[in-house]
Design a protein around this ligand. Structure first.
Ligand code: BGC
Length: 715
């Protein structure tokens, strides 16, 4: 039984020595607690300069392999610890624990926050029963650069969509309350601006204007905090030259003073010590000083606090109040998670009971259905049930389809495409090099009604530290398309990837399905879409450029003083390229369906409004097809004249609506002053009277438009 049962957290804090308090700020790997420090992990311990006493004062653990390991670590720790303050176990549960959901960029394509919440809930149930208390998720870093490998782990380029998805994930992890045995606390990351790494090179410098930071990059972190995220992880990058991990503007001014947020701050892996390499501290003592004084609570995977804070406090160089505040936040989190009452929370329930259940796997399937984006289709899809298929390309037989950041997911047990399509296959070859297809292969392919190309990036090409400058499909796999073209057989491309790729070379296929990495039930989900059991409904959460030269390219850009007005604009001195259109290959919000949706009759209940009013925008959407399906109806707004230049359009709302075959519906959006308000470079929320455009459509580049005038309130 821990001391907490009899003491308030403040009383408990007062009983701790400085060393014990400092320990709460240390996060280290689990093996340090259970391996022989002198023999098995001597090198690692030497690097961290931690002795056994310091290790057994640590407050939290990074990563845990199994419930058994968690129990062993906690047990040994509590046996040695003076006050029996339980360890907090944190890990990266990004898109599922063992039941793996689509990667976040795919999940964002669903435009279905409710679905995101369900995925997080199931992840929490599975992970908590394996001893995890905190997940380092969601990652809400806005990114406009697909060269950055971590776009896979985020929700794309739009602050509104990212905020919606992030918020839903936080709620899902928490479930009915942090103290419940099946809940996880959420650590939102990476604060701040990590997705803006220059040239898309991971960990690179970030240089953002205050306007971009306040109005586009910070709101998703704020949304996650407001939804209940209890921790916030700092980013590897600098903001205004100061590493985020020791950036008091971020950690104090924004987080504590402006947002009144009491979340525990935590460094990224070794990012505190790395401020030496950034060149803002000369040694580990200065690192520790800068960390605590600028607002960093937990130090992940380095040990400058453990090795210097006590001394800095004893020498009155650091005020102990700073340490106390940080420790109290951590103790408070442990209390709210119910760890003082049960340090083995979650794992005392029968292992595997909640894991990889039929229901969980069904949910991964349903999520995968909604996460695919149909980019092209000339009518070849859906396939008829007796179709003869030639399946070619590396993903024909690959089981590496669950995606990066799925530590506990199994790459071996899930079915590959060849297995699920077997009944229709007349040929299957997983070779990516077109020259390896022999005459006899071609003879067999000729028997097919359709050639399906399963191609893309291997899953290890995206994720952390996996930036690329050439984001075409690797190893010329796109040349496989020549096989179907030369044989005159229709082609369907299934694209696997963790980022928008340059795919103009496969655009001419008869159908192109963006599959991303769809998780445990990838292959079945794809099959069901191919055969029309499921009608695809995903929309792109990130722009697909025509070429790397267009990056960064995103839909919500400013107009410029010399915008290019399109093909009939012959003015030379306008903002355009000499060798490429300005427009992307596929825009944010784009995605086809087997339905044919037609938008008409956009109406506003009033075309003027004052700040106290709200109006309703409505549009008629008709499904001109014999298929039932979902459409994501998107509302964008443009503010024409304001005190600062405003984006050409911004997503303000969306609704995912089901339509029966040939059904027509009127879809409504309420527009209030919050939709006409924006954030300035001084972080003020303001609006300006004048003209706006209200746009509704099925994609950011395809909308109906109506004028709206915001008038001053009558006094
Ligand atoms: C990543 C974080 C992750 C942490 C712990 C870091 O390298 O940037 O996103 O949560 O490792 O695994």
């Amino acid at each position: 039984m821990s001391e907490k049962n009899d003491l308030s957290l403040k009383e408990l804090l007062d009983k701790l020595t400085i060393k014990e308090k400092v320990g709460q700020l240390l996060q280290i790997a689990p093996f340090l607690f259970i391996k022989d420090l002198k023999v098995e992990v001597a090198g690692h311990v030497r690097n961290l300069k931690l002795d056994e006493e310091k290790i057994f004062c640590a407050g939290s653990v990074l990563g845990i392999g199994s419930p058994k390991e968690m129990i062993a670590v906690q047990k040994k720790y509590l046996a040695k610890s003076r006050h029996k303050i339980p360890l907090l176990f944190m890990a990266d549960v990004i898109h599922g624990y063992k039941s793996i959901f689509p990667v976040p960029i795919a999940l964002a394509s669903s435009f279905n926050p409710k679905m995101a919440e369900i995925t997080a809930r199931i992840s929490a149930v599975e992970a908590s029963s394996c001893g995890i208390n905190v997940t380092f998720s969601p990652m809400v870093d806005l990114s406009r650069d697909p060269r950055w490998g971590r776009v896979m782990e985020g929700f794309g380029e739009d602050p509104y969509l990212i905020s919606k998805m992030g918020k839903a994930m936080v709620k899902g992890y928490m479930g009915d309350g942090l103290d419940k045995s099946n809940s996880l606390a959420s650590c939102v990351k990476h604060f701040a601006g990590y997705g803006a790494a220059i040239a898309g090179r991971d960990y690179n410098t970030v240089d953002l204007s205050r306007l971009a930071l306040y109005s586009e990059y910070l709101p998703p972190y704020k949304a996650a905090i407001d939804a209940g995220a209890r921790l916030i992880m700092t980013a590897f990058n600098t903001i205004d030259g100061v590493p985020s991990t020791v950036n008091s503007f971020l950690l104090r001014t924004i987080l504590r003073d402006k947002w009144h947020c009491n979340a525990v701050t935590i460094s990224d892996f070794d990012s505190l010590r790395q401020i030496i390499t950034h060149g803002v501290a000369k040694d580990t003592e200065e690192v520790a000083y800068k960390g605590i004084t600028n607002g960093l609570d937990i130090e992940m995977a380095s040990s400058t606090y453990a090795n210097h804070l006590e001394d800095l406090i004893n020498r009155s160089l650091v005020d102990i109040k700073l340490l106390d505040e940080a420790v109290l936040r951590i103790l408070d989190l442990k209390k709210d998670l119910g760890l003082f009452d049960n340090p083995y929370k979650g794992v005392d329930e029968i292992e595997d009971n909640n894991i990889l259940t039929k229901d969980n796997l069904n949910k991964t399937l349903e999520t995968a259905y909604e996460s695919m984006v149909l980019l092209e289709n000339d009518g070849v899809l859906p396939l008829n049930k007796n179709v003869k298929i030639a399946l070619i390309g590396p993903y024909a037989t690959s089981r590496s389809i669950i995606g990066p950041w799925s530590w506990h997911g199994s790459r071996d047990t899930h079915k590959c495409l060849e297995e699920v399509l077997r009944d229709n296959l007349v040929f299957c070859k997983d070779e990516e090099d077109v020259s390896k297809y022999t005459e006899s292969d071609l003879e067999k392919i000729k028997q097919a009604d359709v050639v399906i190309l399963a191609i893309g990036e291997p899953d290890w090409l995206s994720g952390e530290a996996h930036s690329r400058t050439d984001i075409t499909i690797p190893n010329n796999q796109d040349r496989l398309l020549t096989i179907s073209k030369e044989l005159g057989i229709p082609s369907v491309v299934l694209l696997f990837n963790g980022r928008p790729l340059i795919i103009d070379s496969i655009k001419s296929s008869n159908a192109l399905l963006e599959c991303w990495f769809l998780g445990s039930e990838s292959s079945t989900a794809i099959k069901d879409v191919l055969f029309g059991k499921i009608n695809p409904s995903g929309k792109l959460p990130m722009t697909f450029p025509r070429s790397v030269g267009q990056i960064p390219i995103y839909y919500n850009h400013l107009n410029t003083g010399r915008p290019y007005l399109g093909e009939n604009d012959h003015n030379q001195y306008v903002s355009k390229y000499l060798d490429s259109p300005n427009t992307p290959l596929y825009s944010f919000g784009y995605g086809l369906s087997y339905c044919k949706f037609e938008y008409s009759n956009l109406q506003l209940t009033k075309n003027t409004m004052n700040p106290k009013e709200s109006i309703t925008a409505s549009v008629e959407v008709k499904n001109n097809s014999d298929y039932a399906g979902y459409e994501v109806v998107q509302l964008y707004i443009k503010d024409h004249f304001a005190r600062i230049s405003r984006p050409v359009k911004e997503l303000k709302n969306f609704k995912k609506i089901h339509f029966l075959a040939n059904e027509k519906k009127i879809i409504d959006f309420i527009i209030s002053i919050k939709d006409l308000t924006y954030i300035t470079e001084t972080d003020n929320e303001v609006y300006d009277s004048g003209s706006f455009s209200v746009m509704i459509g099925g994609s950011s580049d395809h909308t109906l438009i109506k004028d709206l005038e915001l008038v001053k309130e009558l006094s």
